[in-house]
Design a protein around this ligand. Sequence first.
Ligand code: DNO
Length: 358
Amino acid sequence: MKMTFRWYGEKSDSVTLSQIKQIPGMTGIMGFLDYKAAGEVWNEDEIAAYIAQVNAAGLECEVIESVNVHEDIKLGLPSRDRFIENYRETIKNLAKHGVKVIVYNFMPVFDWLRTDLARLIPEDGSNSLYFDEAELGDMSPLDLVRSTIDGSNGFTLPGWEPERLAELEKTLELYKSVAPDDLRANYKYFLDGIIPVCEEQGIVMACHPDDPAWPVFGLPRIAHSQSDFDKIVALRDSPSNTVCLCTGSLGSDPNNDVVAAIRHFGSMGRIGCLHVRNIKHLGYRKFREAAHLSESGDLDMYEIMRAVFETCPDSYIRPDHGRMIWGETGRPGYGLYDRALGAAYLNGLWEAVVKNAK
Ligand code: DNO
């Protein structure tokens, strides 16, 4: 297992590489060039500059996150071939600089969605990302975009880049004629275009689940359960076509058995990396992001780490979103303190799992 941390780059993260390096057991970064619009080629010089900085801090950068898929690819528009070509170019450029895993998603329009980015946790006075479908019921997609951008403390949030959302209404309209099977067919076309390049370059693509794990605003969503991911890995049968197993995203739906999903895809060799965090269910389609500790939420974090150890022990892992604690301000979900506590806790569980296995 390699413990890593998401970092947005010097200019757009409130957390520094030297702080990350001081978290015990931290080996690397899940990197991100947050200024790249979906569909653009990630150039070699910018990749090299980012990775050089990470390496200079004594950390690795073998995983890159959010190489976003252009909407035309998901919609299956004729212009998709140009964007798939760009994606292939990006894969090659990342591979040249030692990247092994690319995390992406195939969610129409939005990446993750929350109705509150800083909901008070009454038990301890901290706050965290929160979702309540009942609150969403009164909001239009545009309202949600506005409140998300307003609540982000001036930081961009992954998947919520303003350029990408500028044409929101037009895109939402286009999706009205896209059924889940159409989206899957477009997904297959994308995978058929990029997976051969990944195989040649030694790159693994890891698909992030829909978050939350159900359809929103009537948009088709095809990646939020074990059976959805069975279909995805079968779209192109290759060790380069894998899952980014995000426990909090899948776990937002209490019907998903996260531990079973890790064992299932882990033993197939189809987990490219994991995002590990806990979730507290508060009612129907209503949850908050809890501290990583098992007893703070509804996921069994020990069993999660044991399933990783037993089926995919060499995986890259990162603590996922944290709460905002100790008065910290920053990008919602991506402060230093609670994610560092999460990493320390997951490392502790790992040590116990490894020693128990002896
Ligand atoms: C949320 C992240 C996601 C993830 C993307 C990958 O905080 O886990 O934004 O990076 O879905 O494309």
